[in-house]
Ligand binder design. Structure first.
Ligand code: SER
Length: 325
């Protein structure tokens, strides 16, 4: 493990779904002052603000990244700022600008400052309708049909290019849909798997925007963060892949998720009214072969549908009782 060579960490997108929880865990692990959280516009939570440094930057504006990198002596970046798939279809040019030009700025600054390591997430959106949908292999057809997917494939290729050409240690995983209890995702196709929990607690009903039999790969936030940090701390000599690790933990249909929630909230009612996101979901895999991640850096998820559902409902119930939902 190479934990000690990452001393000053920058997290972009730290107010987002993954960034907000990742920042807090990195602060615990590396020291509050050593993890700079950044966002573009959204106000950070008190927890984020009171536990360590926070700055506003815009990754599409190179000088704003450069300033914090110099001011804080950054040697490691987790680039969690991104436009997700559904918003990406509504605003493809914005999606390109943030996910590609923004990422390029991050990589260039990391190269110029000879940084230790950069994390750039990819997604199951890198796959497309021509990809085998079951147990999707590590090496396979990458022909996504969304702008988000196009930026993710490009990001993987760019990350691997920087590793080979400039010796910049870029790492990344293809995240499945991420389910979390702290911060809602914004503008993704897998958002229904999070919203359904909030609505089950708040209103006991939910209208799901994909069909009941839609199966997608998903992951609970604690596993997502564990995987992210484990990959970043893995011994580089063991890695054959760099920016494109398949990562999996569970797969279920929207209907199975409804049934699982009903075991704990019997009065819960779910309707299914697919919208434009159905086509996106249908172009993505149902399950993922993540044996490369398991072999090269010891990936092993903890949660399944049952344990994730129980934990989500407990956490959200607690927030609801505090008046925080
Ligand atoms: N959760 C993302 C989305 O739905 C996929 O990476 O856009």
């Amino acid at each position: 493990m190479s934990k000690n060579d990452m001393k000053k960490i920058l997290v972009t997108g730290a107010v987002g779904q993954i960034g907000s929880e990742l920042t807090m865990i990195l602060r615990k692990r590396y020291g509050n002052e050593n993890v700079l959280a950044t966002g573009r516009k959204t106000k950070p939570s008190e927890t984020l603000l009171n536990s360590g440094p926070f700055e506003y930057i815009d990754i599409t504006k190179r000088e704003t990244i450069e300033k914090v990198v110099k001011d804080y002596g950054i040697d490691t970046i987790y680039n969690m700022a991104a436009i997700l798939s559904a918003v990406g279809e509504e605003k493809p040019l914005v999606c390109w600008n943030v996910n590609i030009n923004g990422m390029y700025n991050i990589l260039e600054i990391a190269r110029e400052h000879e940084m230790t390591r950069v994390f750039v997430p990819s997604s199951i959106a890198a796959f497309g309708p021509e990809t085998p949908r079951k147990n999707t292999p590590q090496e396979t057809v990458l022909k996504p049909k969304t702008m988000y997917g196009v930026t993710k494939v490009s990001g993987e290729l760019l990350g691997d290019y920087y590793f080979k050409r400039f010796n910049l240690d870029v790492r990344g995983v293809r995240y499945p849909g991420i389910i979390s209890s702290e911060t809602l995702p914004g503008g993704g196709t897998t958002d229904y798997a999070v919203e359904i929990f909030y609505e089950a607690i708040r209103n006991k009903k939910y209208t799901c925007f994909v069909k009941r039999d839609t199966i997608l790969p998903m992951m609970y936030m604690p596993d997502c963060i564990k995987g992210t940090i484990n990959l970043m701390e893995a011994d580089v000599s063991k890695l054959k892949h760099h920016s494109d690790f398949n990562l999996a933990s569970m797969s279920f249909s929207a209907g199975e998720l409804e049934e699982e929630i009903k075991k704990h909230v019997p009065e819960f009612k779910c309707e299914f009214k697919p919208d434009f996101r159905q086509d996106i979901a249908d172009s993505w895999p149902q399950s993922i072969d993540d044996s490369a991640a398991r072999k090269e850096w010891g990936w092993k998820p903890k949660y399944n549908l049952q344990t994730m559902t129980l934990d989500m409902l407990e956490k959200l119930n607690r927030r609801y009782e505090k008046g925080d939902l």
